[in-house]
Design a protein around this ligand. Structure first.
Ligand SMILES: [Zn+2]
Length: 326
């Protein structure tokens, strides 16, 4: 403890997405306070701010946010805070995070040829190489958005924590030893306990014999699981790109046509919208409720030796849900 400076140094961290709070609280252990801009269970893709939230943002000097585009309602507020001298740290901008763009096509529609051409929007993007294609003048090219759901990959979180600790250490130099030690401890827990724990759950599920072995194991309604699926070798389709985007009528038609001739085991979705119900009915899928964008508490998931906080419990809920569908 540095006695000389504690009176004038309040170390407060504001987190814009509640799902990150448990990890950030551990990173700040013995260092300072962590507040979440949003209450538990609330939508991470904020479209607007309450008066209280606007005030909290205005008072915050150090802010952590997954990505500038995660919450359209936050974007300009965060930019304004930066201009006023606050430190805004976006996790997707950390090099250790190795962030990826949102997926640009729907693998479900590519599984076999479908009558009718795919939407031009879904076509021609060779993603995965990290390079932007040259802009085509003939089509409306959308700016490439980064996928903010980094927290669904525990190894990415483990990798970015030391980098984050270094940035915070520049703001609060006297807390550097605690920040570094905390980052190392959490990263080790994620690598040595959480990641093997998830791997085990999924491997066990894959060894099971299924009667409906030809069924498509899962579809996800929210395209949040790219990092998780890549990390754990789970391929397959999503049916919307981002919650703030509505599906075009043509894509929806294609999806429903495809659903009619497919058997899907699970439709993983945080909400039972009309589209979700329709898709599930046509493809005989069971709707599995899961929200990738919030933490889970101990009442919501079974006990596990490695799930020690509400972030770990989200990962456990995700692993269990996918495992039920494999
Ligand atoms: Zn999301």
């Amino acid at each position: 403890m540095v006695q000389a400076s504690h009176a004038e140094t309040r170390r407060d961290l504001l987190v814009t997405a509640e799902v990150l709070t448990p990890v950030m609280a551990e990173l700040m252990e013995g260092v300072g306070n962590v507040r979440s801009l949003t209450p538990r269970g609330s939508e991470a893709h904020l479209t607007g701010l309450t008066v209280r939230q606007a005030r909290a943002l205005k008072e915050a000097k150090v802010i952590i946010s997954p990505d500038p585009d995660l919450a359209p309602g936050l974007k300009k507020h965060l930019a304004a805070r930066m201009r006023d001298g606050a430190v805004v740290i976006y996790l997707t901008k950390l090099s250790a995070a190795d962030a990826l763009p949102y997926r640009s096509h729907n693998p479900f529609l590519n599984l076999e040829s479908l009558s009718g051409a795919p939407d031009e929007h879904d076509h021609g993007h060779d993603h995965g190489d990290g390079h932007k294609k040259e802009k085509k003048k003939s089509t409306k090219a959308k700016p490439e958005m980064m996928d903010p759901h980094l927290w669904l990959d525990p190894l990415r979180m483990a990798a970015l924590l030391p980098e984050l600790a270094e940035i915070l250490s520049q703001i609060w130099p006297e807390a550097a030893p605690s920040l570094r030690a905390n980052a190392t401890r959490i990263a080790r827990h994620l690598r040595e306990e959480v990641h093997p724990g998830i791997t085990h759950i999924l491997e066990e599920a894959q060894m099971r014999n299924r009667d409906d072995s030809t069924a498509i194991p899962f579809m996800t309604y929210h395209d949040a699981y790219h990092y998780f699926q890549r990390r754990y070798g789970l391929s397959l389709g999503f049916i919307t790109q981002r919650p703030e985007e509505y599906l075009g009528a043509k894509t929806m038609q294609q999806l429903l046509a495809k659903a009619k001739v497919s058997q899907v085991r699970c439709l993983i979705s945080e909400r039972e919208t009309a589209a979700v119900k329709r898709f599930a009915k046509l493809s005989q899928a069971q709707i599995k409720p899961l929200n990738s964008d919030r933490s889970y508490d101990a009442k919501e998931v079974p006990l596990s030796p490695w799930a020690k906080n509400d972030y770990d419990r989200l990962l456990l809920a995700v692993a269990k849900t996918f495992a039920e569908c494999l």
